[in-house]
Design a protein around this ligand. Structure first.
Ligand code: SD4
Length: 333
């Protein structure tokens, strides 16, 4: 099951160009548009793009943060915080589905294209906003990545408050999985990371991503999201990319870094996303439809792009006053 994104996507699956009401997304309305109609030239900066329909409220929060005088990094962080704190999103932060032991372990990363700074946390337990902890790692240590119990100790020492992340709903989902799972593999379809990328008026670029990872994963498993260059990457001279899907299929190819490098070589953001998916499929000798890899990208001019292998994949874009829900380019064969 794909939980939130599929539910939200169904609510939003009206014809292209329609103004759709998006109950449960925390935002008023969005225009559903074809990728082609918005991806051929740069949008009006500042522009934010995020994975999945729940990314719309996050992008709107990012935009508001800039309008209210916040920095681009604030915008990325506070936008993602909104999703992390939404217990209805079962793949990020509070309410995220737990690992096989019933423990919620979160991964997140943030990156600033101004000076190629980055911070990340992996397998973090007990803190609702891993993106904020990742930012703290970036800004107040000389390191990039902290993991597990030591990341939690760092968060505690940095003043973040710990809390229970398992909700009644996510606990019940875990109980159900546990009672049904004998002989079955990990539920690969229970994933929906938020990756959020932004370019401000001056063409500065930043990005972040946050996830509870694959539901019912092995304890200690780390996905692509906190690995700089895999789940997310920013290059201040080029643009940024982010991923959602099965992390194992993204991190073996440094998927987001690959997309940024393709853009550096002159590809549009969408072409770069498609090329990365094809590269993964070729390397794995599999059909793209078997991979569950989905990407968003933006270049520093404000041109956006997206491509994926999951039919339900959608992304959200906010530019100035417009909120858009976009069906990315599908790569299935
Ligand atoms: C992971 N890529 O941990 C994440 C999960 C995900 O959309 O994207 N979900 O593998």
């Amino acid at each position: 099951m794909i939980g939130n994104s599929r539910r939200y996507a169904l609510k939003a699956s009206l014809s292209a160009g329609a103004i759709v009401l998006l109950d449960g997304l925390g935002c008023q309305s969005a225009e559903e548009v074809d990728l082609a109609s918005v991806a051929s030239s740069p949008l009006s900066r500042p522009v934010f793009i995020a994975t999945w329909p729940f990314g719309l409220a996050a992008c709107e929060k990012s935009q508001r943060t800039l309008t209210q005088g916040g920095s681009l990094l604030d915008a990325v962080e506070y936008g993602i915080n909104l999703t992390e704190l939404d217990p209805k999103v079962s793949s990020v932060g509070v309410g995220g589905l737990p690992n096989a032991d019933g423990v919620v372990q979160l991964d997140a990363s943030i990156m600033d294209g101004q000076r190629q700074r980055a911070g990340s946390v992996a397998a973090l337990e007990g803190f609702a906003n891993p993106i904020s902890v990742a930012r703290r790692v970036m800004e107040s240590t000389r390191h990039v990545m902290l993991v597990g119990q030591d990341a939690a100790a760092f968060a505690q020492a940095s003043g973040f408050e710990s809390q229970e992340l398992l909700t009644e709903e996510s606990r019940q989902a875990w109980e159900k999985w546990r009672s049904n799972q004998a002989g079955k593999s990990i539920g690969e379809k229970t994933h929906d990371t938020i990756a959020l990328l932004g370019v401000n008026r001056d063409g500065q670029v930043a990005g972040g991503c946050s996830t509870s990872g694959l539901a019912f994963k092995l304890p200690g498993r780390v996905g692509d999201s906190p690995l700089i260059g895999s789940g997310m990457y920013v290059d201040g001279e080029v643009g940024a990319a982010g991923a959602t899907g099965v992390g194992e299929n993204v991190l073996r190819y440094c998927g987001s870094f690959l997309i940024v490098e393709y853009m550096r070589q002159g590809m549009s953001p969408t072409e770069a996303c498609i090329s990365a998916i094809r590269r993964i499929a070729t390397g794995d000798r599999k059909s793209p439809a078997e991979l569950s890899v989905n990407f968003i990208a933006i270049n520093k001019r404000g041109q956006i792009g997206a491509a994926g292998t999951d039919r339900e994949f959608r992304c959200a874009v906010v530019e100035q006053q417009r909120s858009l829900l976009i069906t990315p380019h599908m790569v299935t064969s």
